[in-house]
Write a protein that binds this ligand. Structure first.
Ligand code: ADP
Length: 305
């Protein structure tokens, strides 16, 4: 059983030959609306991989919110702890994409930043009976702190995906059993830049710095290079599954959810990371976010190849 606390976003995409300049209107040739959000993607991924998955989140009292909740339910997520804010709109983002795949994005988190401590406490029993609690950083800080604290005190394994990168309270390092930055996030949190070092030296320095910050177990995701685990005692790399990547959107979400599902099922760490790499690779090999998430059979089949 997994509890995901996080954001739900309504994505509006428009594709055009080029991005507009300030004040300019350009004609696009395609548009689409998608259910998304790191929290939503991660919850949907955990459910698709067969875990009993509860999500704590917040939408507005509007049609977009209803669509997001419905989408989560269709993916198999239990949604009774997704609340509706009477005053805020559902979190929404607009993504403009040019013909080369460059984009410009505006995210309005709205209801996502209004999750109250009381709302998190209402999910206490579910958090305490979960195997793993997973959070990211796209919702308000006090909600994350409360969820991590409840889980930590109950001995529930906690995984913090520090995305999108922003300053975090020091206590998160203590409350999170695993922290899972990608390369950009690792640079943000440690201030150690990849361009200044060889790959192995950068990984060593970044993970050591994370330990100095108080992190226990660091899992650094490295895109097509797989991931590195660094505990205080040992460090090892788990290679990626080679795929033809077409769109890495949500690969990190898929990785994080799959990692939590495998931890919850009692897999040993290396095996759990290989499973997470397989889910991430499959997601990177398909377009979109939610539609690209693999189910349990997809991952099992893929790993046999
Ligand atoms: P994010 O999506 O957060 O930027 P990464 O790019 O590090 O995170 O991807 C997360 C994980 O997804 C990687 O650790 C890897 O397991 C998998 N993955 C991502 N891109 C690829 C790729 N091109 N080929 C194979 N696996 C990939």
């Amino acid at each position: 059983k997994i509890t995901v606390i996080g954001d739900l976003l309504y994505d509006c995409f428009i594709w055009a030959d080029r991005l507009p300049r300030k004040g300019e209107t350009v004609s696009g040739y395609r548009s689409g609306f998608f259910a998304s959000g790191k929290g939503g993607n991660q919850a949907a991924q955990a459910a698709k991989l067969g875990a009993d998955t509860f999500m704590i989140g917040k939408v507005g009292c509007d049609e977009r919110g209803e669509i997001l909740i419905h989408t989560m339910q269709t993916a198999g997520v239990y949604t009774e702890f997704i609340t509706e804010d009477p005053k805020e709109n559902t979190g929404t983002d607009c993504v403009l994409v040019d013909k080369d795949g460059n984009n410009a994005i505006i995210v309005a988190p709205q209801a996502n930043s209004k999750i109250t401590v009381e709302e998190v406490r209402r999910a206490r029993a579910v958090i305490e009976s979960s195997d793993v609690l997973l959070s990211q950083l796209q919702i308000n800080e006090e909600a994350i702190t409360e969820a991590l604290t409840i889980a930590h005190e109950a001995g529930v394994t906690t995984v913090l995906n520090p995305a999108p990168a922003r300053a975090i309270p020091k206590c998160y390092y203590e409350l999170a059993d695993y922290i899972t930055p990608n390369e950009t996030e690792a640079e943000f949190f440690t201030g150690i830049l990849q361009k200044d070092y060889s790959e192995n030296e950068w990984i060593k320095r970044v993970t050591e710095e994370y330990h100095k910050l108080g992190a226990k177990n660091v899992i650094l995701t490295l895109g097509e290079k797989g991931c590195v685990y660094a505990g205080r005692e040992s460090r090892f790399r788990v290679p990626a599954f080679p795929v033809e990547a077409v769109d890495s959107t949500a690969a990190g979400d898929s990785f994080n959810a799959a990692f939590c599902v495998s931890l919850a099922s009692g897999m040993e760490l290396r095996e759990a990371l290989a499973y997470a790499n397989a889910a991430g690779a499959l997601t990177a090999s398909k377009h979109g976010s939610l539609p690209s998430l693999p189910d349990k059979d997809d991952v099992t089949e893929f790993m046999k190849r």
